[in-house]
Design a protein around this ligand. Sequence first.
Ligand SMILES: *Cc1c(COP(=O)(O)O)cnc(C)c1O
Length: 387
Amino acid sequence: MNFFSHLECGYCSKIYDKNKIWNLCPDCGKPLLARYDIESARKNFNREVLKEREKTLWRYFEMLPVRIEYKLSLGEGFTPLLKAEKLGSEVEIENLFIKDEGLNPTTSFKARGLCLAISKAFEFGIKEVSIPSAGNAAGAMSAYAALAGIKSFVFMPKDVPEPFVAECKALGADVALVDGLITNCGKLVAEGVKKYGWFDVSTLKEPYRIEGKKTMGYEIAEQLNWNLPDVIIYPTGGGTGLVGMWKAFDEMEKLGWINSKRPRMVSVQADGCAPMVKAFNEGMEFAEMWTGAKTTADGLRVPAAIGDFLILRAIRESNGIAISVSDEDLIEGAKQIGKTTGIFAAPEGGATLAALKKLKANNWIKADETVVLFNTGSGHKYMHLYK
Ligand SMILES: *Cc1c(COP(=O)(O)O)cnc(C)c1O
């Protein structure tokens, strides 16, 4: 049994019935978040039981919103948190770790979110789902939909690298390549939702993907023996992972699993698309749409995020920071990770190392602090960048 109790708007705090299908808050149009009966969970979900659990994100099913009979699994989550000794000495950080999300099904951490969203769609009996994507989310959705026997409609910018298209097609999705950015793709999904009744699984436009992503927070805590690191560096597009981990820390404290110490959350974007960095620096609650978004790190090419206020809130509450790095530096970062750790990183993963170097150089991060970098995907789908 899980302890999922209701949905709550992340902005206006209105409460919604968990047994109905929702997208955004019908009242204010902002993202809905899953809430749990933490009092009961605290009494009945002891972290000691985890030792015997399967090594997937479903090990935390009590704090996930899907009835376990509807669980779809391809082995997602519980990725290794690797100590990067050699890289740590190169950048002068004693305790440097990399959470290698490239080992997830479909080779990115998008598998976590889409695993939960499609499992929930399966529980609700939904037959058709659709997504706008820079590539990885589409592949992940296609995989879980294939497993569930649900039809997928995928919209990607037409300059998406070929492996993403091939993956979606091989997984049985209907693929449309769109002239424009992910925001243009989002408009076409919205039209299909109106016309054909597809379920929209866009980032934070349904409440369940973030629940899959939050398990990264549970895992880091468990893998560091219930002590959180000092700093987490996360490449941010739509921001579900960052917001999700921040939510997980709060839940774990209420469960009595961790204390009140929190990592400083670093949101990394690309110089050519940095709406969160701009909003953070200007002290804004919401981010303006970034015009002319351009970066080779496709997962970071998100000019507007519906969860912007949640991302900015988490960064500020954590005493964190938002910074951007150049495309050149993020690719260099991925190569340095490769040479020193054996991890073939996605460019977005490389961005976290580029950010670490900048923050170490200006003394925002100290040599004796424990730092976790997120390699959010494998380099395998970005061959064109590593020639
Ligand atoms: C989607 C994606 C990101 C951005 O993740 P968000 O949770 O949307 O901020 C980063 N890296 C990779 C490889 C991605 O696919």
